[in-house]
Design a protein around this ligand. Structure first.
Ligand code: UT7
Length: 329
């Protein structure tokens, strides 16, 4: 059986910055509260004329350049997102056209865990021999769905995209993936209107039902419970232990979540990747953005073992253990 290995990576953050000081002028909050409760200092917002596919396209273009591949080399594009440009066509199809690809393209929607679910699709396609080269993009413009008068959510989210190119290899790259869902927990994090249950109406928009609703405390407790469990399960499926990890890359949702899971897993803080201070929670983009930061900093080396761990609405969670095989540029 062939393995799936990462041969290229790229990411994109929009230019527009929203700082904690900016938020102080919008809702009753303070830089001090946001920093100590979340670790976030600023986040990026997509420009008014930038949709999720535009962020995905730029990250994809950068990953293709990094891998040194052409449009025709790709056999599949999977985009993980929960802020699609529109209900259909899929964001993957729009991105496919932007990049001049000819391969099949589809979206995977698992909220902030979308990148890990999409990675599972890509890995399975390669391992089964159905595809040789696959692009996986995690992209979200969740700030488009945030109520900027709700201080419980508007301080958290930012926009961005990150992409991996995976290719069939004799050398193991993606070692093990563990996914989970608990649909009974759907109420703690949702966007109630805009779908088939509550289609858009003036009344629903006026009631703000098209915005993110979140029971922050519940999500926090869920995250610190599932991240260690998923990480340990994916490590076990890969024949590895926590002590084998070079980098733990959790979904960047809250610095206090990162600190708590690091402690529970027994991973030293310096092995836990965090860029939340400058990005906020970029949903499906957060994990590939954090890995790309490591890569561009020169902190990733062939043989390094990474655990990529996501969680989010659904509820969903997922962890992938990846052996880095790509040389630093
Ligand atoms: O991708 C997954 C998405 N979501 C998450 O991962 C979210 C996980 N949860 C969290 O990150 C945290 O629960 C939050 C950052 C959202 C909230 O932090 P918390 O420490 O759980 O605060 P809290 O909701 O328990 O609120 C504590 C206090 C409350 O005031 P009282 O009732 O104690 O007087 C809130 O009203 O802080 C107040 N508060 C704020 N104060 C200033 C809530 N938001 C703010 C704010 N600025 N932005």
């Amino acid at each position: 059986m062939k393995h799936a290995a990462v041969i290229g990576i790229g990411s994109y953050l929009p230019e527009r910055r929203l700082t904690n000081q900016d938020l102080e002028g919008m809702v009753e909050t303070s830089d001090e509260w946001i920093t100590t409760r979340t670790g976030i200092r600023e986040r990026r917002l997509a420009e008014i004329d930038q949709a999720t596919s535009d962020l995905a396209t730029e990250a994809g273009r950068r990953a293709m350049a990094d891998a040194g591949i052409e449009a025709n080399d790709l056999d599949l594009l999977v985009v993980g997102t929960s802020s699609p440009d529109m209900i259909f066509p899929s964001t993957a199809c729009i991105t496919q056209a932007n990049l001049g690809l000819t391969c099949p393209a589809y979206d995977v929607m698992a909220a902030c865990t979308s990148f890990i679910f999409a990675l599972q699709n890509a890995t399975a396609a390669i391992e089964s021999g159905r595809a040789r080269t696959v692009m996986v993009i995690g992209a979200d413009a969740l700030t488009r769905h945030v109520d900027f008068s709700d201080r419980g959510t508007c301080i958290l989210f930012g926009d961005g995209a990150g992409a991996f190119i995976l290719q069939a290899s004799d050398e193991p790259g993606v070692l093990g993936i563990e996914l989970g869902s608990d649909g009974k927990g759907g109420d703690v994090l949702k966007i109630p209107a805009g779908g088939s249950a509550l289609p858009a109406t003036v009344e629903r928009v006026e009631a703000g039902l098209h915005y993110v609703q979140m029971a922050g405390n519940e999500v926090f407790k869920f995250a610190v419970r599932v991240i260690p469990k998923a990480t340990e399960a994916a490590l076990a499926a890969s024949g590895m232990a926590v002590s084998d990890l070079t980098w733990l890359v959790p979904h960047q949702a809250n610095q206090r979540i990162l600190n708590t899971v690091a402690e529970r897993l027994g991973v030293p803080d310096e092995r836990v990747v965090s860029n939340i201070e400058l990005t906020g929670n970029t949903s499906a983009a957060s994990i590939p953005l954090a890995v790309d930061d490591l890569y561009t900093n020169g902190s990733l080396h062939p043989g390094d073992v990474l655990a990529l761990v996501g969680f989010g609405a659904g509820l969903t969670w997922g962890a992938a253990v990846v052996r880095w095989t790509k040389e630093v540029q």
